[in-house]
Design a protein around this ligand. Structure first.
Ligand SMILES: NC(=O)c1ccc[n+]([C@@H]2O[C@H](COP(=O)([O-])OP(=O)(O)OC[C@H]3O[C@@H](n4cnc5c(N)ncnc54)[C@H](OP(=O)(O)O)[C@@H]3O)[C@@H](O)[C@H]2O)c1
Length: 334
């Protein structure tokens, strides 16, 4: 197949590119040439900005398109319109953030988040989800349900992750000493390894799997205690976990601002994001590797990063904040 990837040089894109090439497909990219532009010198690049025009794509011909870089409904509608007469299949990478706050479990039929002004184009923490939901709808409207795949991933993690939300846990474990762990070891969490996501993406293209799919680790299969075990196993660190209960976390606003990434407070607004039904994708062929492999490969990627990238984690508690919280916790529980 000839595959056009809108994006392709950030985090998930390169994994998709490599998997598609490994399976013998031909890949072209569309992006501005700003992010990791040195990555794929041998691939054809259609240079352009989704904001200001898709001219470089006009007259092109591909079998399928993967849209990784669509956040604004107008932009996604423009690309879907242009490509609808060119490709047989449009795969849109969406997100679990499309769901409105709703009771667990979340299935593909759960209600979607909405926004008052649908013409708004500013992507913020508030508008990201509803805008991605609108983007999904625009692709469906342009291509039709029999030519559209929508993937709704949870936290994507693994080598290359630029957010450090999952990476925080094994990397912090490696530092050793007392470490704050939120809630209980049996609290459910869900992730998706970027390589599993990339594999499923290419499966969808090859087998023309259409429809909408939550892409997550199986519900209730992965818990905070497993994340701890994985982190201990791959680091061999001398770390002592201190499990801090959810009441302490609420009282001290520890989870605010992403201080405890991946874990969802069981009484919080986003609790249902740890109970997402991924059985539809599993039935269509999504396979999740053992989470220990994700921890191992994330850590070895991290260890090889240049010092100016790895000297500070982009998510999780700072060392000072964690020490302060642990002091307080011990004081209250002496
Ligand atoms: N990371 C997660 O945990 C997570 C979770 C759920 C969903 N998602 C979804 O995953 C996708 C993002 O993944 P990624 O960043 O790893 O994707 P990616 O495809 O690897 O990287 C983003 C790409 O988009 C290009 N790009 C950005 N702005 C552009 C513009 N205005 N015009 C043209 N190209 C543009 C960038 O290149 P240039 O800068 O060179 O243009 C880059 O190649 C999004 O759809 C996001 O909603 C991510």
């Amino acid at each position: 197949m000839s595959i056009l990837i809108l994006g392709g040089t950030g985090f998930i894109g390169p994994h998709m590119v490599r998997e598609a090439l490994r399976r013998g497909h031909e890949v072209s990219l569309f992006n501005r040439g700003r992010t990791n532009s040195e990555l794929f010198p041998d691939l054809k690049l259609f240079k352009g900005d989704r904001n200001s025009g898709l001219q470089s794509l006009e007259g092109g011909k591909w079998d399928v398109v993967v849209d990784n870089s669509g956040y604004v409904p107008r932009q996604v509608e423009d690309s879907a319109r242009l490509l609808s007469s060119v490709v047989s299949h449009y795969l849109y990478v969406s997100t679990l953030s499309v769901y409105a706050v709703s009771p667990a479990p979340i299935t593909e039929a759960s209600p979607l988040a909405t926004m008052e002004d649908e013409s708004g184009e500013e992507v913020t923490g508030e508008t990201y989800g509803p805008m991605k939901a609108l983007c999904e709808q625009r692709v469906m409207a342009m291509l039709g349900a029999d030519r559209t795949t929508v993937l709704r991933p949870t936290y994507i993690c693994g080598p290359g992750d630029r957010t450090d939300r999952y990476t925080y846990w094994p990397v912090r474990t490696m530092r050793g000493g007392e470490m704050l762990w939120p809630g209980t070891p049996t609290d459910d969490i869900q992730i998706i390894d970027v390589r599993d996501f990339a594999n499923f993406t290419v499966d969808c293209l090859e087998q023309k799997i259409v429809g909408t799919f939550n892409t997550v680790t199986p519900m209730r299969s992965f818990k905070m205690g497993d994340l701890l075990q994985d982190s201990m196993a791959v680091t061999g660190a001398d770390m002592t976990p201190v499990w801090v209960d959810k009441e302490f976390i609420s009282e001290n606003e520890v989870a605010e601002g992403g201080g405890l990434p991946i874990w969802e407070h069981p009484d919080g607004e986003y609790a249902a994001l740890s109970s997402v039904d991924g059985s539809r994708a599993a039935a269509a062929g999504l396979k999740n590797r053992p989470t220990k492999e994700t921890a191992r490969d994330t850590l070895s990627w991290w260890k090889n990063l240049p010092a100016d990238r790895s000297d500070k984690l982009r998510a999780g508690l700072s060392a000072d904040k964690e020490a302060e919280l642990l002091r307080l916790w011990h004081q209250q529980n002496a």
